[in-house]
Design a protein around this ligand. Structure first.
Ligand SMILES: [Zn+2]
Length: 146
């Protein structure tokens, strides 16, 4: 029995599900900076977090070229990956950039200082260097200030 066109369209489109195009797969992979092989893992794990085998590089290539069907599971996986990319990492919401001084190579640009970190002034009279404590009992910004 053939379904009326309207019903068939409804089933195929899945109400409320946005369309995902081959180009969108290509773009999200580039945004992630992943190879086709890496993205095979990302996509597979977005469907099954315990997957033991990735999608093959060849399969990803076919998906990106529109040579394979983009199933509802793949659409869900796409949005799963995309929404994780937009998430603000835990604890960093509302954080601001400040300038700090550090020895060359010690702190990378954009490094996050955990909220539990305490900034205090050096205890040596006359030394007003504020510093991030690296030990609970630390009173001086440098051993030379003791
Ligand atoms: Zn000091």
């Amino acid at each position: 029995m053939r379904l009326p066109d309207t019903i068939e369209r409804t089933i195929v489109a899945i109400p409320g599900e946005a369309q995902v195009t081959p180009q969108m797969f290509r773009e999200i992979r580039k945004e992630l900076g992943q190879s086709m092989a890496d993205f095979g893992w990302t996509l597979k794990r977005a469907i099954n977090p315990r997957a033991k085998h990735p999608y093959s590089r060849q399969y990803i290539d076919r998906l990106e070229k529109g040579k394979d069907v983009i199933t509802p599971a793949l659409i869900a996986a796409f949005y799963n990956i995309a929404s994780k990319m937009d998430e603000v990492p835990a604890g960093t919401g509302g954080a601001v950039a400040v300038s700090v001084i550090a020895q060359p190579g010690q702190v990378v640009d954009g490094a996050f200082i955990p909220r539990s970190a305490k900034v205090v002034r050096c205890a040596r009279p006359g030394c007003a260097v504020p510093f991030v404590k690296t030990h609970p009992n630390q009173k001086y910004h440098d051993p030379e200030c003791k």
